[in-house]
Design a protein around this ligand. Structure first.
Ligand SMILES: [Zn+2]
Length: 378
């Protein structure tokens, strides 16, 4: 019975590509075993525990002393009253000094205390981030790392949270050891002061003085660090040559994908265009399929030397120099056969110079089959 099940499972597997079978190590792109890829594989399988969440603490752009404190807190090892009790020390007053209502513990002091909640709510409001306080400090560190803001906002948010935690701890110590307490407003002001101080030193934000960051807080949070697009027009190939522009598009990466391309002569006249679906795959696979399909069609239509242009640096590099990821190897093996003994010049261009191929690839996602024609629209 089991053999029948196995055979029927194997029946549904379609093996594509050319060449001989070989053994690959699937967790790495190259297909070869590396210790790093094995380590990553094992780390992903580990259950997420507060202990491994503590490792997030080391990634934040704050002074080492603060990172160490956050790491210790994520292990619930900071010296709050409950931890002192566990270590056998006599605690005369176990109450949290920030609220004097509940026994002090790491999770209470830094997250659930009424006083601490007011500090959290104030700073969270400045970022406009809705936040539900989790049960443990380790979960908080994880939430903190997956924040839904653009890059500058993420950096500031992480620094701000470190500043909150640190200031709550300093305030607790000041009340326990010096009998001095600051007001809620005073603690919030110190949190903002430290956030700006550490942001200025982090080198992960634009180099702005604290006064400017303080004034334009919201603008900086939503400031996107995306590079400006390089504008480049499409250029025709030299006389006696043709140029293929290809593109692949994957909605979701991996997700439903399409391929498209256009071949033009030195006068800029269209020789043919193509557009079609690529199934469910990654952007890189769609790009590679688009290039292979374009090359195959070229062989049927033209004999002139060819310029091949795409906006995927990686795919152009793999076509020029080989060594694609093992998953894409069948496509590049076939490409080698198709382009053998053919004069091809590969070129990487910005997306702005590849706009027609880009449109054809996006249209391809919604087509049932590959379509070709003398010009666009098809
Ligand atoms: Zn409290």
């Amino acid at each position: 019975m089991r053999l029948c099940e196995l055979l029927s499972m194997l029946d549904s597997v379609f093996v594509s590509g050319v060449g001989t079978d070989e053994i690959v190590w699937s967790p790495s792109d190259s297909g070869e075993f590396t210790v790093a890829s094995c380590y990553n594989l094992l780390s992903q399988r580990e259950e997420t525990t507060d202990c491994c969440l503590g490792s997030y603490a080391w990634k934040f752009p704050v002074p080492p002393k603060i990172k160490h404190f956050i790491w210790t807190a994520s292990l619930s090892k900071i010296l709050t009253c409950d931890e002192l009790g566990r270590r056998g020390q006599l605690v005369t007053n176990p109450l949290c000094r920030l609220c004097n209502l509940v026994d002090e513990s790491c999770n209470h002091l830094l997250m659930h205390c009424k006083f601490s909640q007011k500090v959290w709510n104030n700073i969270r409001g400045k970022f406009g981030i809705p936040m539900c306080m989790p049960n443990t400090f380790g979960q908080l560190v994880q939430q903190w790392y997956s924040c839904p803001l653009p890059k500058c906002g993420q950096v500031l948010w992480r620094i701000a949270i470190a500043a909150i935690i640190w200031q709550l701890w300093l305030e607790r110590n000041s009340r326990v050891f010096n009998n001095q307490c600051s007001s809620l407003g005073g603690v919030i002001e110190k949190v903002i002061h430290n956030t700006l101080l550490w942001a200025g030193a982090s080198q992960k934000l634009p180099p702005l003085p604290s006064s400017v960051i303080r004034k334009h807080w919201k603008k900086i949070i939503y400031f996107s660090t995306h590079k400006k697009p390089q504008l480049e027009e499409w250029k025709p190939p030299p006389a006696g040559h043709v140029k293929l522009n290809f593109d692949g598009s994957s909605f979701g990466n991996p997700g439903q994908a399409g391929i498209g391309g256009v071949v033009r002569d030195s006068g800029g006249h269209c020789i043919f265009v193509y557009s079609g679906p690529a199934g469910c795959c990654s952007s890189n696979e769609a790009e590679a399929q688009a290039m292979l399909t374009g090359e195959k069609l070229l062989r049927e239509h033209v004999t002139e030397p060819v310029y091949v242009e795409g906006d995927s640096k990686l795919v152009i590099r793999w076509a020029k120099a080989g060594k694609p990821p093992w998953k894409l190897k069948p496509i590049f093996d076939e490409l080698k056969l198709v382009t053998a003994e053919w004069n091809i010049i590969w070129n990487n261009i910005p997306r702005s110079g590849n706009s027609l191929a880009d449109s054809l690839a996006k249209e391809g996602v919604h087509r049932n089959m590959l379509q070709t024609g003398p010009q666009w629209p098809l």
